[in-house]
Design a protein around this ligand. Structure first.
Ligand code: HEM
Length: 556
């Protein structure tokens, strides 16, 4: 830390000698202006592949912007005085140990290192967002918020330059072994609940920023290693009752069918499970409230495909449709699930075989090349790496259909559970959650209100008609403003985002509790407490969501 400070001071001195303060630098009180030999736009945060994925497309997208940036950086390099000061070198571990205000907050951009501790509070995009990059690279975040990739902002960053990553740490080769060795790279902002298999949720501070979740931040629920599928050697097999023969289709053949797009949320049954633990410990991944995300899925409606294959909709011996993925355990057992046929034939849910997610081929973590997307139905049935569809008179017999993802009464526990006594979860109940500001955020008592943001969602195509928030445990309610997809309220598969200004009660000091609850198009609403919905697997927690803030007197 000492040497970092020393080199910053030296660089500040350099800067003032050259008197090169831009208007923006003045605005944000940045003082030095340094480029190291590595340049400011190159990423090695992941590996070379990630460089291509994150940086190259951004550069290509804005040729003019990139050219301006290059001109700017080149000219800075020509005249800056950094060359007279040997840059201090740090290891990647040292950088990653600087994540808090106490240690100092360091970030990397390319191979350059910046101590941005003093900038955090003044960050125009909020201190909660910038802190996500603490100890790591900025590129994965700046690719999402591309507004940063302009000379003015690079200038601000350069004001905080403290040194460079030592050469041996430039490329991180993750030498993974075992069945998960070939899993894809993931965005560093994802909050992992388990690494193998990979399960992670969207960071709450980013979740309610846009109606469509960017692919990189979409929550991930994997049961097994991610298959690495060669699309040129891949076939989707369809067979069963009501079909005269087995059919195998390549992805290109599937793409010849009518393309349909639908915005739909996918939610894990265990979303908000962690809130059940204080009642009684539950077994399962300790999901917080962001095991749910929203995307535009494109592909072929299952009903269109089946009709084209000559399927008879009135066939009496098709009660369930089975779906199996290409992900398999060491014994060769694959992940599979089934959905009652009536969901498609009577309820007209737009169940589809998707090949695109937000306009791109579905990323590997989300099912490349094909994923069943079952809008309004629990995520466990939206089978990824979809390989096999079977029309049957019986429900799927696999583990995750028969012995998991089932709801039980709070008085059932592992000693008296009979999984056969409960149906498999299909439609999801109405839920909502507060995503922003983060729990325990501090507000000054002079502020009159807190603006909260979050999501609401209900299964079966039931749209959200209202979200209410209360700052006195339900005595007074404030109604939120809703942002929704362009979908009919009785045919709504997208989540709803909401925002609401909740007043800070006059003279309130200390902890301020806020709760939210949503109402869907069937006027279903959420239960007040978790207790009555507690269940041994910790699924379907849709109680009022609760957060709290600290209201303090500002001593300044
Ligand atoms: C040291 C690193 C960073 C610097 C110097 C920086 C600087 C800035 C500046 C100057 C703006 C205002 C841009 C404008 O209005 O033209 C801004 C906005 C913003 N920043 Fe950052 N930022 C940094 C890191 C981050 C990170 C890591 C994130 C996300 C995780 C982030 C998210 C945002 C967002 C969401 C906005 C608002 C964008 C908008 O209003 O459209 N920033 N930042």
């Amino acid at each position: 830390m000492q040497s970092a400070l020393k080199s910053r001071l030296l660089l500040k001195k350099c800067f003032f000698q050259h008197n090169r303060k831009s208007l923006l630098l003045q605005k944000y009180n940045s003082v030095s202006n340094i480029n190291s030999s590595q340049g400011g736009g190159r990423s090695n945060y992941d590996n070379n592949k990630s460089y291509v994925k994150y940086i190259a497309p951004a550069a290509l997208l804005s040729i003019t912007g990139a050219a301006t940036l290059k001109y700017y950086l080149d000219n800075q390099n020509k005249s800056n005085c950094a060359s007279k000061v040997a840059p201090t070198k740090y290891s990647r571990d040292e950088v990653s140990n600087h994540k808090t205000k106490e240690t100092g907050v360091w970030v990397m951009y390319g191979n350059n290192i910046y101590d941005i501790t003093d900038f955090i509070e003044g960050h125009p995009g909020g201190s909660n967002k910038i802190i996500l990059a603490a100890g790591g690279n900025l590129e994965p975040y700046w690719d999402m918020y591309a507004i940063h990739k302009k000379p003015e902002i690079i200038s601000i960053l350069q004001g905080y330059y403290i040194g460079e990553l030592r050469k041996e740490d430039w490329i991180v080769e993750e030498k993974k072994q075992g069945p998960f060795a070939n899993d894809p790279k993931r965005h560093p902002a994802l909050i992992a609940n388990s690494k193998e298999p990979f399960n992670a949720e969207t960071p709450p501070v980013l979740a309610a920023d846009s109606l469509i979740t960017p692919n990189d931040l979409f929550y991930v629920r994997n049961h097994l290693p991610v298959p690495d599928i060669d699309v040129n050697n891949f076939n989707l097999h369809i067979e069963g009752n009501g079909l005269s023969k087995k059919v195998s289709l390549t992805v290109d053949e599937l793409k010849k069918y009518k393309k349909t797009s639908v915005v739909a949320a996918v939610q894990c049954a265990g979303n908000r499970r962690s809130e059940m633990n204080p009642i009684k410990k539950v077994k399962g991944l300790s999901w917080s409230s962001n095991a749910i995300s929203n995307a535009e899925w494109s592909g072929v409606l299952l009903i269109d495909l089946l009709k084209d294959l000559g399927f008879d909709e009135n066939s009496k011996d098709v009660k369930h449709i089975h779906f199996e993925g290409a992900d398999e355990d060491p014994t060769g057992a694959v992940y599979g699930a089934s959905i009652p046929a009536d969901k498609i034939f009577k309820k007209n849910l737009p169940i589809m075989i998707a090949y695109e997610m937000n306009g791109e081929p579905i990323p590997r973590d989300h099912g490349f090349p094909l994923r069943l997307v079952a809008p309004g139905i629990v995520g466990a049935r939206s089978v990824k790496w979809l390989k096999h569809i079977k029309l049957s008179d019986k429900e799927y017999q696999g583990h995750w259909q028969q012995n998991d993802y089932k709801p039980f009464s709070p008085n059932i526990d592992w000693h008296n559970v009979d999984f056969k006594s409960s149906p498999a979860i299909q439609d999801l109940p109405v839920t909502s959650a507060i995503c922003y500001p983060p729990i325990e955020s501090v507000f000054d008592e002079s502020e009159e209100e807190v603006v909260l943001k979050g999501y609401a969602f209900s299964g079966g195509g039931r749209g959200i008609i209202r979200v209410d928030l209360s700052n006195d445990d339900g005595k007074t309610w404030f109604t939120a403003e809703l942002t929704q997809a362009d979908q009919d309220i009785d045919d709504m598969y997208s989540w709803t985002l909401w925002s609401c200004a909740v007043p800070i009660p006059k003279d309130h000091k200390g902890k301020m509790d806020v709760v939210c609850k949503a109402v869907d198009s069937s006027c279903n609403t959420q239960p007040e407490n978790v207790g009555p919905v507690w269940n041994l697997r910790g699924v379907l927690n849709n109680a009022w969501h609760r957060t709290n803030f600290k209201i303090e007197k500002d001593d300044d």
